[in-house]
Design a protein around this ligand. Sequence first.
Ligand SMILES: C[S@@+](CC[C@H](N)C(=O)[O-])C[C@H]1O[C@@H](n2cnc3c(N)ncnc32)[C@H](O)[C@@H]1O
Length: 270
Amino acid sequence: MQRKPFLKWAGGKYRILDKILKELPTATRFVEPFAGSCAVYLNIQAASALICDINSDLIHLYQHIQQHGENFIKYCQHFFTPENNTKERYYELRDEFNASISSEKRGALLLYLNRHSFNGLVRYNSKGGFNVPFGKYKSPYFPLKELHDFYEKTKEIETTFFCCDFRTVFSELRKGDVVYCDPPYVPLSETASFTSYAGNIFRERDQKDLAEFSQAAWSKGIPVILSNHDTSETRLLYADAEVKLFNVQRFISCNGDNRGAAAELLAIYR
Ligand SMILES: C[S@@+](CC[C@H](N)C(=O)[O-])C[C@H]1O[C@@H](n2cnc3c(N)ncnc32)[C@H](O)[C@@H]1O
């Protein structure tokens, strides 16, 4: 039985887990530089895991669950009330989130915003402010079971959550690691790009660095598997990798205006 992430996440991999898991070699330590909702981490087997993302609210949320379990989950739950499911309260709580410097409050409110925002999007403007409008859901779901599953996973395998750029993660790799990378995808057109998971922009230079870092890790005997769109650009980027393709129906698209089926690529350096 697969564990489901408690967050909705653009580009989340829960629906295509089987395809990814079957390509991942056995790891001593599983490493994920672009964790997002942790769909893959939740379902891998390894002695330990290093789970990173550049979004500090996301990583703090995971760290608070890991450290405080049930108490923190209850704190998250207290924001899920009918009174807080109105447009007015949503914008008040969004302002509180943006003004807060408490990692505990920002973490819990990230979950509230994720379940009450339009399309479940998590998106920041260039100044780092959460800017997704109200979602008008009748009765937003509090993912209690999924949060418990997440907490259980952090107890099952020794896990380190860390907020950093992917380049830092690659500099920490060692023999026995297996790396799965799910970066923001290359845009399918000039106008279609969902690049603001954390207020940063993932540019062509980042895509190139990631491909180069993956090749370098592979040459040291560390397997790296990457997801991306299948385009002429990614075929060039991953020219030395084994490539597997399949089609995916996206519900929250990585590319705001591209909700249809997109050819998905797995680049395998193994
Ligand atoms: C496609 S999502 C990952 C989805 C994840 N696999 C899942 O199943 O939910 C990409 C993630 O990369 C993170 N990210 C963007 N730029 C980054 C960077 N330079 N270094 C590390 N993480 C980054 C974003 O915050 C986002 O969570």
